[in-house]
Every structure is written in structure tokens, then in C-alpha cells.
Design a protein. Structure first.
Length: 543
């Protein structure tokens, strides 16, 4: 639901009944010459570094998965004259950035907002396309609303002074002054971290050897624990929560996450939060697919990759479930890495980093079609529970949270999401993944009933008879997500940067990976970046 929430498509549930998604097989899906967009800075609508392009090698590049990462790779490659074939098991683009239809309602089942739109602009720009012309965006105001258990609330908005004014109204002038100092510190951390460790290739150990950036991060406090770092800058518990809950996006509680992940809050409060003017987040992969095809890539839907064929010199071909063999000099695997390793690449590209994967928690998500609109509701509302540390402890122990915080997405401004006078509601509750061993057959109905009751208490009315669909961890697993979590691996230190599964198969020349299992990790901007990095390695010539 946030930029870090990556789900999967689903269609045709019935009204008023709890539905779970159908099985989608092995989950092996995505998950013209232009000009690269030059770097324009590190905040707001910025771009990534252009990818180089030496001579064209023999054979096409086959990209497995038409999700954000796969489409990004395809655009950067095709725009530089490479022959590209994208194979996607589903009937259209999207992968984890999917959608669901529920009668007249349409829901985003993956990310629900876009941060750092400059990364998306750079992807379009690589093929000579303009983001505003292809996919008009609107800046959300507020970015999101934080509702606290004591009844107070804080709107997160654009502009340092306006945001400081909201903090002043909630917490007083001293905390507002501390907030402005904290905001400047987050920017310093972001400016050290983004070019060196997020917008950069991390496939070699020496890629971590960036002493100046490491010193800057250390000076900014980036290697402290997130909760202690924020509590050292701010005093009001509500404001501390406002700048630590984002650690769940990287799969960790605030007391275990490194302070470098405070940049997630920076990306929201400084970089801006956006949403397509029409079509929801599902419009993003559709626009990317159009650009990829215009650049010369061939997109083939409804076909599943079954095996990557290799020889003494590396990648030779990709075989499809139709029996077809596509000759290739390179392959980019842009889908669930764990499942691809077992099914597409058995014994070919084992990565020691995946021997003991540590997965992020999962989530229970309920989508509801509302028959009325309520003026004044924010696009995103975070409803904090009364307990805080206890909820993280329960999640870490593989138990449902006793008093969960909820991420609520409410859309009534897009006529493709709901009929006139209606609205689309999506509610996310963090939940244990399947590795916890929880009994979801018993838990799921109980948790959904509790969630609906809480929504009724929050003023949404009785939703038990409204059309709705539910995703729980077993449903995510049926959709191809390892361990039943759409958030992939968590971002503990041992699974970040070079220590995250590599984007390059060292023992198989020509084999590359993109998506949330590789660096930089989970989220829309990281997915797009990982695709560009895979393309850059191919264009640089790894054979």
C-alpha cells in the first residue's frame, strides 16, 4: 500500500464474501533510440545516472517479468538499441504493481503512492519520453494523515515551514524547532546515502568501499538504531512514532532497523508523495510498458519462462512453457528470486546470501467498495494503536499484533476506482509471514472480523455486507510470494547493499537479476533503479 508495499493482481471476487486470490502458478512473473536523463540532484523529481552503451553484442536480452524492475531494464536496454524480449506469465504488465476489480470498483493491490518521481521520470527519459506527458501525477495534500490514540492528529505536508507549523500546533514551539533541525539532518543523511548506496551498483564487495560516504553517514548518525536516533532528535512520542513507523516498510521494528532508514521519512516529507491523476498506481506499469514497446522492446504476455539455458560461455536461451526457445546472450530475471532460483535456474546460480533468507513480515489487506464518499478524508491515514513496542514484539514472535496500527488508503477522486458518489477503501494490518508457522486458516477470519469492527468504530460504518476482497499470507503465497509476504527479504544489515542477493550471477555470464530481492531493495524507486542497474551492467559488457 505505501511505495514499499508490493502486491499482485487478482480479479473477479463476489460481493459481500471473503475471497482469496486464485493460484497463479510458480510466480515467475514481474514480478526507438532515446537519450538518457542526466542527473539533476538528489531530492524531489530527480533522475538517476545515465547508463552507458558500448557496441551491440549478439543475440537479444530476455527479461523475465513485466513488473516495474523488468520494464525499467527493458526501457534502458531497448532505448540504447539492444534487442529485448520481455516474457510475462500474466495477461498484462504490472507484476507486483497490480490491481483488482470488484464489480465497479478497482483497487491497487500493490504500491498505493509514488515517492521520488524523478526516478520514474528518468526511466521515461532514457527513451526520450516525458513523464508529465505520459503519466500526469498529482501531489497529495496532505501526504498522509497520522491519527494517534489520544485523538490528536498530524497532517504530513509539503514545505518545511508548513510542516513545522503543524508540528508546532500539535507539540509546541520547542518541538517544532527540533523538528526543523531533524529535517536538515535527514537531508544530510539522504544526500550521503542516495548516490553511494541506493542509486549505485552493489554487486561487488569493493562497491561498499566508499569511505567518504560512510564517514558522512556515520557523522549523521546513520549507523545508530532508528528508535534511538529519532528519540535523540525529537521529544514528543507522537512525533517519534511519525518518524519510526516507516521501518516496517523494510521489514524491521524501529529498535532493530538502522537509522539510515530514516531516509524513508525524508523521501515522504521532502521528496513528495504523488499519485497518478487517473488510473491509480496500475497506470504506472502500463505507461512503462507503452514506453518499452515504443523504444523497440517486444512484450509477450501470457507465456511463462520455464528454464534459463546456459552453456560454457553463459546464457544461451530462455525456454518457455509453450516449448519455444528464445536465443539470448543475456537474461534479466525480474521476479521472485527464491522461486526463480528453484524453478528457472536449478543449480545454476546459487547465491550464498539466499541460504538462510530472513523474510519481512507479511500483512492482512482488506479492500472494500464503499457506497458513499466522506469529504475530508486523506488519501493515506495511519491509525496508530495504543500499544507500540508490544505490537512489534508480537510480530517478531510470529503472533498477530494485539493492537495493530493500520494503513488506510481512501480514494474518491479517480472515477476509474469507484463510481460517482462511491469510494474505494483499502486497509493494511501488519501480520506474521508463513515462516512463523501461524495457523492462518483459524487466524484470518478472526483478524478480518476484528479489523472490520475497528473500521466501524472509526466511522466507516458496517462494512460486513459491502463488496470486499481479502489478501492474507496464504493468499500472498498462492500469488507466488515466498514465505507469504509481498515485502520480500527484510533489510537487516546482513541483507543490505552487497550483502543482499546479488544482481549478477558470477558463475553464469550474462545472467542478471532485478527487483526487490536485489539491492537497493523494496519499493517503487528501488525496483526501477534495480532494473536500470541490470541494464547498465549488460550495456557495459559483462561477457
Amino acid at each position: 500500500m505505501h511505495p514499499a508495499f508490493l502486491g499482485a493482481p487478482f480479479a473477479d471476487p463476489a460481493a459481500g464474501k471473503r475471497r482469496t486470490p486464485r493460484r497463479r502458478g510458480a510466480g515467475l512473473r514481474g514480478g526507438g533510440t532515446g537519450r538518457p536523463l542526466p542527473v539533476t540532484g538528489t531530492g524531489g523529481r530527480t533522475g538517476g545516472r545515465p547508463v552507458p552503451g558500448p557496441a551491440r553484442p549478439p543475440g537479444p536480452v530476455v527479461v523475465v517479468g513485466a513488473g516495474l524492475a523488468g520494464l525499467s531494464a527493458a526501457i534502458h536496454l531497448a532505448a540504447r538499441g539492444r534487442e529485448v524480449v520481455v516474457v510475462e506469465a500474466e495477461r498484462g504488465p504490472g507484476g507486483c504493481c497490480g490491481s483488482a476489480e470488484l464489480g465497479p470498483y478497482r483497487f491497487d493491490t500493490g504500491p498505493s503512492v509514488l515517492t521520488m518521481p524523478g526516478v520514474l521520470a528518468a526511466t521515461f527519459g532514457a527513451a526520450g519520453e516525458d513523464l508529465d506527458g505520459r503519466l500526469p501525477l498529482r501531489r497529495l495534500d496532505p501526504y498522509y494523515r497520522l491519527a494517534f490514540p489520544d485523538g490528536s492528529r498530524l497532517d504530513v505536508v509539503a514545505g518545511a515551514e508548513e510542516m513545522a507549523g503543524n508540528v508546532r500546533d500539535l507539540c509546541g514551539p520547542d518541538e517544532a524547532a527540533r523538528y526543523l533541525r531533524f529535517r536538515r539532518r535527514l537531508r544530510a543523511m539522504f544526500e550521503a546515502e542516495w548516490p553511494a548506496f541506493i542509486d549505485a551498483d552493489m554487486t561487488r564487495l569493493r562497491d561498499m568501499a566508499r569511505p567518504y560516504a560512510l564517514l558522512r553517514l556515520a557523522a549523521a548518525g546513520g549507523f545508530r538504531r532508528l528508535d534511538r536516533f529519532v528519540a535523540g532528535q525529537l521529544r514528543d512520542e507522537r512525533l517519534i512514532r511519525a518518524h519510526t513507523f516507516q521501518s516496517l516498510y523494510v521489514g524491521l521494528p524501529p529498535h532493530r532497523a538502522l537509522a539510515v532508514y530514516a531516509v524513508v521519512a525524508h523521501m515522504d516529507t521532502v521528496g513528495g508523495v504523488y499519485f497518478p491523476r487517473r488510473g491509480g498506481m496500475r497506470a504506472v506499469p502500463r505507461a512503462l510498458a507503452d514506453v518499452a514497446e515504443k523504444a523497440g522492446a517486444q512484450l509477450r504476455y501470457g507465456v511463462r519462462a520455464e528454464r534459463v539455458e546456459t552453456g560454457a560461455r553463459g546464457v544461451r536461451a530462455v525456454r518457455l512453457d509453450t516449448g519455444e526457445r528464445i536465443a539470448a546472450s543475456h537474461a534479466v530475471i525480474a521476479c521472485d528470486r527464491v522461486r526463480a532460483q528453484a524453478e528457472l535456474l536449478p543449480g545454476l546460480a546459487d547465491d550464498w546470501r539466499l541460504r538462510r533468507p530472513r523474510y519481512s513480515p507479511s500483512c492482512l489487506v482488506v479492500h472494500v467498495g464503499l457506497d458513499r464518499r466522506t469529504p475530508g478524508r486523506a488519501h493515506h491515514t495511519v491509525r496508530f494503536g495504543r500499544t507500540w513496542k508490544e505490537t512489534f514484539a508480537a510480530l517478531a514472535a510470529g503472533r498477530p499484533q494485539p493492537d495493530p496500527s493500520l494503513l488506510i488508503t481512501y480514494i474518491d477522486t479517480d472515477d476509474t476506482a469507484a463510481p460517482p458518489g462511491h469510494a474505494a477503501l483499502s486497509v493494511l494490518e501488519p501480520a506474521p509471514n508463513l515462516a512463523s508457522g501461524a495457523d492462518w486458516e483459524r487466524l484470518a477470519p478472526r483478524l478480518e472480523e476484528r479489523l472490520l469492527a475497528r473500521l466501524a468504530d472509526l466511522g466507516y460504518g458496517d462494512l460486513s455486507g459491502r463488496p470486499r476482497l481479502t489478501f492474507d499470507p496464504p493468499a500472498w503465497a498462492r500469488l507466488g510470494h515466498s514465505a507469504g509476504t509481498p515485502f520480500a527479504l527484510d533489510h537487516r544489515f546482513a541483507q543490505t547493499a552487497w550483502l543482499r542477493p546479488s544482481g549478477r550471477a558470477r558463475r553464469v555470464p550474462g545472467l542478471h537479476f532485478a527487483g526487490m530481492y536485489t539491492a537497493p531493495g523494496v519499493g517503487v524507486p528501488p525496483a526501477l533503479i534495480s532494473g536500470r542497474l541490470a541494464a547498465a551492467r549488460i550495456l557495459e559488457g559483462d561477457r
